[in-house]
Design a protein around this ligand. Structure first.
Ligand code: F6R
Length: 369
């Protein structure tokens, strides 16, 4: 049942190229137009939406944080992302023109469900991004965009996360298409790239042996930090969450720009710091900033683990360990950058003798608060 893998998590990591491809299947036509008719969101809701609010928990929340960059960039609709557990207990400003997007693998997470009920009571329309057919969250939503990851058994979410990203990109592009915003060459290039992103994920998976070796060498560490900028920031948060839940290590993700505002005080001799480096193309300011962040932490003794695009040579002198990922459009980078972090956490957990598929204190579906 684990398909020759030691753990469901490894099987599910390996299934990601297919999960991503399945989630795209039938949703982009030959001319690069998106067809999301099955979602059944009335076109006027999409055209008139003046705000998007994403609610989710845990890993799904990280997918939402990444989605915000894509939604705002491609559609120019303001987008907020909030933890469902916070959203439901405040007094959020919602109305008939607010589109709430509830992201949930299981479709049963109590806080997310309560958040969507709260949103609908205020007159907002709710779209679920969900992996489980017929579960409560899609049943109670106005529309649903299913992720086609297949069943996810391991408690730690991997393939569901990648497909949540794909679904959110599709939604953002579709919104842009319906509203006629930003439908230029850039978006066409993204659609083309999305169509082959499964192959890129496959290529990443083929190069993970050094990441495993590195993970094993860090098994006795107490703390590992993760840094990123732009969409690399939520990727850093996700890398840290995976490490907490699987390896039971102290792990934190930071926006690299925040280093000087506190976290840099944590850096000491031989502290492992994983840095997600944005593409050097197009976004060179962002890239330059992170390269100087790497230099700063390295000057203070950090052991830098740098995740950077193939061909990005500027980072080489500052990387104690270099993990290569394929070049992608900036907004899609999380689809390839997250994969090494999943493998890293899984291998560290194994090296520390932890139960990979069933981490202590956690449940796959959190149906209580
Ligand atoms: C982390 C993880 C959890 C879930 C969270 C939301 O690996 O699995 O953080 O992402 O409990 O669950 P769903 O997506 O089912 O609402």
């Amino acid at each position: 049942e684990k398909g020759g893998h030691d753990h469901f998590m490894l099987k599910e990591i390996a299934e990601q190229p297919k999960a991503v491809a399945d989630t795209l299947l039938g949703r982009i036509d030959a001319s690069g137009r998106l067809t999301l008719d099955e979602v059944r969101i009335p076109a006027e809701v999409l055209r008139e939406a003046d705000k998007i609010v994403i609610v989710a928990c845990g890993t799904a929340f990280h997918a939402g944080l990444i989605a915000k960059y894509a939604i705002e960039h491609w559609t120019r609709i303001p987008c907020e992302v909030e933890l469902a557990s916070e959203f439901r207990y405040r007094d959020p400003i919602l109305g008939a023109r607010t589109l709430v997007v509830a992201i949930s693998q299981s479709g049963e997470t109590m806080d997310t469900l309560m958040a969507l009920r709260h949103a609908r009571e205020q007159g907002a329309k709710v779209l679920a991004v969900c992996n489980t057919n017929g579960s409560t969250i899609p049943r109670e939503s106005d529309a649903v965009l299913y992720t086609h990851a297949g069943p996810e058994i391991a408690v730690a979410s991997t393939k569901a996360f990648l497909t949540q990203l794909v679904a959110c990109y599709l939604l953002a592009l579709y919104l842009g298409q319906v509203r006629g915003t930003k439908w230029g060459d850039e978006v066409r290039a993204v659609v083309r790239e999305l169509a082959r992103i499964g192959e890129e994920v496959e290529r990443v998976l083929e190069t993970m042996e050094p990441v495993r070796t590195l993970a094993r060498s860090l098994a006795d560490k107490d703390t590992i930090l993760f840094l990123g900028r732009h969409v690399g920031h939520p990727v850093a948060l996700e890398g840290a969450l995976k490490l907490k839940e699987l390896a039971y290590m102290h792990a934190e993700g930071f926006a690299a720009g925040e280093l000087k505002h506190g976290p840099i005080a944590l850096v000491e001799e031989d502290l492992p710091v994983v840095v997600v480096v944005p593409s050097p193309k197009g976004r060179s300011v962002l890239h330059d900033k992170i390269v100087s962040n790497i230099q700063e932490i390295r000057a203070r003794g950090a052991r830098t683990i740098v995740i950077a695009e193939e061909g990005d040579e500027t980072v080489v002198p500052f990387a104690d360990h270099l993990v290569r990922i394929p070049a992608t459009p900036t907004l899609l980078q999380p689809l390839v950058a997250t994969v090494p972090l999943q493998v890293f956490a899984c291998e560290l957990a194994t090296a520390r003798g932890n139960e990979v598929d069933q981490p202590r204190n956690l449940a796959k579906s959190v149906t209580v608060e």
